[in-house]
Write a protein that binds this ligand. Sequence first.
Ligand SMILES: Cc1cc2nc3c(=O)[nH]c(=O)nc-3n(C[C@H](O)[C@H](O)[C@H](O)COP(=O)(O)OP(=O)(O)OC[C@H]3O[C@@H](n4cnc5c(N)ncnc54)[C@H](O)[C@@H]3O)c2cc1C
Length: 285
Amino acid sequence: MFDTIIIGTGPAGISAALTLKQLNINFLWIGNKNLSYKINTAEKIRNYPGLNQVSGKEMKEAFLKQINDMDIKITEAQVTGVYDLSSHYAVLCGQDTYEAKSIVLGLGVESIKPILDEVELLGQGVSYCATCDGFLYKNKEITVVSHSKEFEHEVKYLASLASKVNYIALYKDIDMDLSNVNVIKGVPQKIEKNKATKKMELHMKGSVIESDGIFMLKAAISPAVLVPGIEAKDGHIVVDRLMNTNLKGVVAAGDCTGRPYQYAKAVGEGNVAAHSIVNYLNNLK
Ligand SMILES: Cc1cc2nc3c(=O)[nH]c(=O)nc-3n(C[C@H](O)[C@H](O)[C@H](O)COP(=O)(O)OP(=O)(O)OC[C@H]3O[C@@H](n4cnc5c(N)ncnc54)[C@H](O)[C@@H]3O)c2cc1C
């Protein structure tokens, strides 16, 4: 069992990981080896102390160098649920489960609001995770909605399993040239499950796409969906000044705790959150 699991590889998670490593805490860090699209896509950053007018890519390189120099490893996975087992926490990543005494949430903020009945139908034909649930749709027809180019490799993975993919790409510069992927234009409005045929229906303006399953690929999902029982308000996790949430041993940092959405705030909160975890672990002894 880990002392703590950090979820998220944005500035908040990075800051927490650097601090916990320095304090010799045994942790698992789950996220993306490419860190965060919110770092990668920033054109010019002018307000981050010590890095004068850097691009997001330069900032990413600086973060990665520090992570590698401190020999910190990232486990690439999508967390699908964090569950309170009363003595500790279980973190689900599709088929894999990891356990820890405490949790650091650096999830970023859900900028894309769920469409009607998306959350209600999660696990009943709607999935947020290609690598976790893709195998359920081998040789079946699926629909995939993505707001970002960063998920194209996941769409390609799904296309290697499914017989047909209806792909609603809500971004520019689409690079998808696979014979079984049909790129469709339009804005999804709601999801329904047809009780008679058991098919999933994605309702668009003026059309309905029917398939066996729907994948909604996005960088962050609602904290209340990911961590049952966590107190959230207006889509943000409620924390105190020490970044403690209402769940014992669970801290949160960065955009997921509220505005302003800024690197410096995320990094500062990640540091405070890491110190709170150390206090929590010491009190367990
Ligand atoms: C284009 C752009 C330009 C910006 N420019 C500036 C700027 O100049 N100055 C400034 O201060 N701020 C800027 N920002 C805001 C800044 O990027 C954010 O405030 C900052 O990235 C927040 O850090 P974070 O760690 O809280 O979240 P994020 O950077 O969003 O990171 C969240 C991480 O959590 C991971 N994650 C989420 N859910 C899961 C899950 N279920 N399983 C596994 N991993 C998960 C994500 O993959 C990601 O790695 C900009 C943002 C954008 C989009």
